[in-house]
Design a protein around this ligand. Sequence first.
Ligand SMILES: Nc1ncnc2c1ncn2[C@@H]1O[C@H](COP(=O)(O)OP(=O)(O)O)[C@@H](O)[C@H]1O
Ligand SMILES: [Mg+2]
Length: 607
Amino acid sequence: MTLPANEQQDSPRVSPRTVISLYVKMTKGSRLLFLSALALLGVSLLMYLGFALAIGKLVDGALAAYTGETEAGGGMADWGINQWAWLLFALLLINMVCNFFEACWFQVVGERAAVELRTRLLDRLIHLPMGFFSTIRAGDLSSRILADVGLLQEGWINDVRNAISYIVMLLGSVTMLFVISPSLAIFVFLTVPPVVVLTVWFGKKISAGARRVQNQLGQTSVIAEEAIHGIHRVKTFTNEEYENRRFGKTMAEYLNSATSVARHRAGLFSGIVFVLMTASVFLMWYGSLQIQQRKLTPGDFTSFMFFLGFLGNAGGLLAQLAGRIHRMAGAAQRVSDLLDEKPEETNGNDGASDSFADTLTGDIEFCDVSFTYPGRQQVSVLNGINLHLKPGKCVAVVGPSGAGKSTLTALIFRLFEPSQGILKIDGKNASDYSLAHLRGQMAMVPQEVLLFGGTIEENIAYGRPEASRGEVIEAAKKANALEFIEQLPKGFDTPAGDRGVQLSGGQRQRIAIARAILRDPAVLLLDEATSSLDSENEKLIQKALADLIRKRTSLVIAHRLSTVRQADTIIVMKEGQIVEQGTHDELHEANGFYRQLCDEQECLIED
Ligand SMILES: Nc1ncnc2c1ncn2[C@@H]1O[C@H](COP(=O)(O)OP(=O)(O)O)[C@@H](O)[C@H]1O
Ligand SMILES: [Mg+2]
């Protein structure tokens, strides 16, 4: 069973392979930069190791000067403290330069990867079938694009880089410990098991206790809340003392658990400090013994302690990273789940689509089509629809809201596939066409027009992005939108969308009509396209619409019956079925559901 996406947050089944393969995919374009950054990171880590060694040499140099015994060997063996100090300084300088470029490049690789991933995600998203969107919340999707990728990016820049450097540091330090003094190194690693045992044992006690404390605290607050909300009940039964006892008892339990947690925490802390400090004392003693026996120089011992410091540091940070990597794995899983969704085949799934490359004549036939939305299987939205839209004719669809009118248009656009029956376009099964070809010859003017954050011109040209300025203006004129557009502060260059100019519903609808005019489609679908126009505006664009409709197959869904009188056929829908069909006069005569709707809107029919 798959969980809903948002509950997969802490799912433990994400594999590190998911994260790694996602990263490999994300950084394909900047592999060279990544490898260079990695190489510089390596150099910088070498500098640290060299630093610890050189410190040891510095100490030995000082000691040699102090005791007056200089080893004669030539080369670096003769170096005094000044030379070693200069070397240390040089190492730091090199390290700084490496750090600069390495940090900068990792950052750039991370940014590029995030851009790449977000682009891919959006591309994948907009190519997913509509069914996908009705089963998932939009907020969840945009959070995947923004938050999860952000998390991965941050992880990329910091965590992955750090993990690499900590691991290298850890391995390097361990090696150096053994190189300097195997017996001291073995001694160091003998202290690891007790620390691990201590941490695990106390850790378990602490987390179990912490959960208990949390629960008991929750219970006490429930009791307090009940007592306050039910104060009437408490008082009428004179049960104040009872409530006090109930609260007191739970509080005592809470205190017990909390005390036990405090004891375990303290035990862990003091135990670890004790083990580590004892080990240090023992280490110092054993190291001094070795120095005394001339098996080790004080400088080497100093270096040893530095490496030990590096080791402890890297180990601790690596443990912290583990938790973050786990969180990242969750994000990686959600992101790759989305990337693995199967997109619509907009280019057709068979060679057959080539034979349909010509323009459609716009003959659309619903043959016994039934439909349920993927997200709501229990409700049948369309029931045995038989409907023929003939080329160049206009069919109007009326009926109460929820009757399934808009769903018809969604099926014609093949946003969804019929659950039963066949949708034929120009005599062939609609699913034989490539989606891009099919949708390329259709245009839709919806009820709610959404403008995106481009200029007005770009919004109109959305119908045909290669259109010239002149064509856009022409389309706007035909849609009766020219006048108001020219009154905008920057005319056609005025930004629209959420952050742009606020247009009224009617103005937005006229932009959508201009879009459709510009597209010049074989099939035109108007879904309550004039419903947000006032009657004055409506009259103004009726003529433009009439021109637009005349030349192509059109399906006009209208709330106001006055707008559908001219249609060649009117179909009346109710609860997913076609209940009446005919011209306005025929249906009016028939005295049925259409007549009833007409009578309800009498005032509108008048004009
Ligand atoms: N994306 C969707 N997912 C599930 N149910 C939907 C969806 N869109 C519409 N419906 C349901 O399908 C029925 C018909 O809707 P619709 O075609 O929009 O009706 P109309 O356009 O006639 O008002 C309604 O009951 C509506 O709630
Ligand atoms: Mg509708």
